[in-house]
Design a protein around this ligand. Structure first.
Ligand code: CMC
Length: 405
């Protein structure tokens, strides 16, 4: 790689978006983009989706092995123990939903930050303390998101139960009644599929923050902020809006072609690493077939399939295929979950990966400190105010605000 760090724009080659740059060594997950495969610590995602649970998957990501039976039972007990939230956090969630039309990811971000204020060991700097915080935060995130979902409808939060799995308890806290075992399993699979995904933007954000040796809450807050963006976790919500806008499967082809003509990105397609079908999309498609049949929402599945057909025909040769977000929204909407909660639910799952990677970073840390290639003027001098003139053209797309005279 070139060492030249002062240059003219375009003179030094670099990987925009850090494409292909290796951030660190990791034992957590591997995304095989060429073959459309995903493994958590070597285990294919299809096997985990079929046989595992979110709790077991979280254990695998944290400790790099599957738990024994007593270990899993104890790990689940620990997660259950941490489910409830401080009253102030419940109150904040209710107020945020009532007073402002806040984005649920913004409420989640603030609520996780608030948790640290009520946790006397949040600043404790030892490996066991970081591990405990990882389990606490992962456990509590589901409770926060369920409370946000209810508060948005003006409903009181439902406190967690200790006899249900993480996924079933989440649905219980969201809807106020114990879920049908099939839907509890579907939620478990959604959480497993979203739990980790290599060096994605939010995981990278999490480990960059962790590399300063800061606390676990700060690291997770960074992950949430990054996941909120439409190019990352925010895509699932936009997929659902697109399906609603299209309205009928017969309108899908014309809609997509028009959008492509306008150079619009179609949400739920494309990936930096996968240049073929995202394996999570295949699994979720199969669940979507069953869930939409049960809910009578087959229309949305048909629209998504129609979009997939045109996109693969048009852009498949460019390596653009469905990603995880195309069918996850169809599944969740058919389970009666509000679109606004799709990205927060992604966070409920991904926090396992964030905290596992943050611990991995903490165990073998080096501060992240890359460089920019400086392409600004090499030397300019400060000019007295009275000699300055407005430029004919601004050097950046930003325009300084001017007071109307
Ligand atoms: N629809 C239409 N064209 C696309 C799409 C898409 N969804 N994705 C990529 N392209 C085109 C893009 O226009 C560009 O074309 P050209 O070479 O002619 O300029 C080319 O493919 C390369 O695109 P890129 O944006 O440079 O690729 P990237 O690796 O930077 O972006 C991505 C990856 C996921 C941001 C992008 O595919 C995208 O914006 N997809 C839509 C948003 C989305 O579904 N995000 C969820 C990602 S999976 C879940 C997650 O990890 O959060």
């Amino acid at each position: 790689m070139s060492k030249k760090l002062v240059a003219k724009p375009g003179e030094v080659e670099f990987a925009k978006g850090m494409e292909g740059v290796i951030a660190r060594e990791s034992t957590k997950s591997y995304v095989d983009g060429e073959n459309g495969k995903l493994y958590y610590h070597g285990i294919p995602i299809e096997e985990l989706a079929e046989h595992s649970t979110y709790e077991e998957t979280f254990f695998l990501l944290l400790y790099d092995r599957l738990p024994t039976e007593p270990e899993l039972a104890f790990f689940k007990e620990r997660m259950v123990q941490y489910r409830d939230l401080p009253d102030d956090v419940y109150e904040f969630i209710a107020r945020a939903a009532r007073r402002f039309n806040s984005h649920p990811m913004a409420v989640l971000r603030t609520a996780v930050s608030m948790l640290a204020l009520f946790d006397e060991s949040a600043e404790e700097d030892s490996l066991p303390a970081h591990e405990r915080e990882a389990i606490k935060i992962t456990s509590k995130l589901a409770t926060i998101v369920a409370a946000i979902g209810r508060a948005r409808k003006g409903l009181e939060p439902v406190r967690p139960r200790s006899d249900l799995s993480h996924a079933a308890n989440f649905l219980y806290m969201l809807f106020g009644e114990a879920p049908d075992p099939y839907y509890a399993r579907v939620m478990d699979v959604i959480l497993i599929l979203h739990a980790d995904h290599g060096c994605n933007a939010s995981t990278f954000a999490t480990i960059v923050v962790k590399s300063t040796l800061t606390d676990m809450h700060s690291s997770v807050v960074a992950g949430i902020g990054s996941l909120k963006g439409p190019l990352h976790g925010g895509a699932n919500e936009r997929v659902m809006k697109m399906l609603q806008e299209i309205g009928e499967p017969e309108r899908a082809e014309a809609w997509v072609l028009r959008a492509l003509e306008r150079k619009q990105k179609i949400m739920g397609f494309g990936h930096r690493v996968y240049k073929t079908y995202d394996p999570r999309a295949r699994i979720l498609h199969d669940y979507a077939v069953e869930v939409t049949k049960r809910a009578g929402t087959e229309k949305y599945l048909k629209i998504a399939e129609a979009i997939e057909k045109v996109m693969v025909e048009r852009l498949g040769q460019k390596g653009i295929f469905p990603n995880v977000d195309l069918y996850s929204g169809v599944v969740m909407a058919s389970m009666g979950i509000d679109t606004a909660l799709f990205t927060p639910i992604f966070a409920v799952a991904r926090v396992a990966g964030w905290t596992a990677h943050a611990l991995e970073q903490r165990i073998d840390n080096r501060l992240f400190r890359p460089r920019f290639v400086y392409v600004g003027p090499e030397l300019e001098h400060w000019v007295p105010l009275e000699e300055r003139k407005e430029p004919e053209q601004e050097p950046t797309p930003l325009k300084p605000l001017k007071k109307e005279l």
